[in-house]
Design a binder for this molecule. Structure first.
Ligand code: SF4
Length: 270
């Protein structure tokens, strides 16, 4: 235990040195028993600023190595769980960001907890908020059809979002919300250990890749996504809701998912 605390402390100091001037909420530091003089502790807003700075002007190379960022130092009991249902149980009352106040339902994600493939969208919309499930309604039906076209079912894969609660009026998620919610997604990735990740939409792609590029530049290729002991092939394509608005994007999406399926088959044959 003591050894872990010392390692956490060292990791934190390394993190601060790497990201000069960046701090994290005092309560997290207290949890790992690092003493901070009164009034010198950081805030979630500062962590969000760091998060924004992490985004690159140009797409990173195909090898993406992610860490948990400043908030990897949080010590909370949900971090100790070792399966997906327990994680859901531990976090579904979350009130870490203002979105908890306006949500009807927390949307954890659905599907196979041991899936080889994970689909990640942006955040729940109106229908998802009502039903507590990701990708339902018209966009959800289109996603089911896209999966079917490449011989996959929703039950085989795991589907979730970057944010677990609906932003009002479906506005874009704010950096503060991502900073607070993303650790849950990283834990989902750590537990499910997918071999393939399909990001649906610009926002999901940019968040996972820490990129600022438009979707057209991110799509159509694979990135190696590494986090903790997870190593997965990641691809970005259009969000089904965008395809409903602009049917011209259906063809590139079809090309992407075919490529995705092909690569998945190759991996299965190994
Ligand atoms: S969006 Fe995420 S961080 Fe915010 S309240 Fe919901 S679960 Fe918690």
């Amino acid at each position: 235990m003591k050894r872990n605390l010392i390692e956490d402390g060292i990791n934190y100091l390394k993190y601060v040195r790497k990201n000069k001037g960046i701090s994290v909420p005092s309560e997290y530091l207290k949890n790992i028993e690092i003493e901070i003089p009164d009034g010198k502790s950081g805030t979630i807003e500062m962590a969000a600023e760091t998060h924004k700075k992490e985004y690159k002007e140009k797409l990173p190379g195909t090898n993406i190595v992610r860490d948990g960022g400043a908030l990897s130092l949080i010590k909370e009991d949900w971090m100790e769980v070792n399966n997906i249902p327990s994680l859901d149980e531990k976090i579904n009352k979350c009130s870490k960001c203002p979105l908890h106040a306006t949500r009807k339902n927390f949307v954890f994600g659905t599907g196979n907890p041991k899936a080889d493939i994970m689909l990640i969208g942006e955040a729940p919309g109106a229908e998802e908020d009502i039903q507590g499930k990701p990708f339902v309604g018209r966009a959800g039906k289109l996603l089911t059809d896209i999966l079917k076209a490449i011989n996959l079912t929703r039950e085989e894969v795991f589907i979730c979002n970057i944010l677990k609660c609906r932003p009002p009026e479906n506005r874009n998620p704010l950096p503060e919300e991502i900073v607070r919610c993303e650790p849950y997604l990283l834990k989902q990735l750590e537990l499910i250990k997918p071999k393939f990740i399909l990001c649906l939409g610009t926002f999901a792609g940019q968040t996972m890749l820490r990129a600022k590029e438009p979707l057209g530049k991110m799509r159509g290729k694979f990135y190696n996504f590494n986090y903790s002991d997870l190593s997965a092939k990641l691809m970005v394509t259009y969000h089904p809701a965008a395809l409903l608005r602009n049917p011209n994007w259906k063809r590139p999406t079809w090309e992407d998912v075919q490529l995705f399926r092909k690569e998945y088959d190759k991996e299965k044959e190994k």
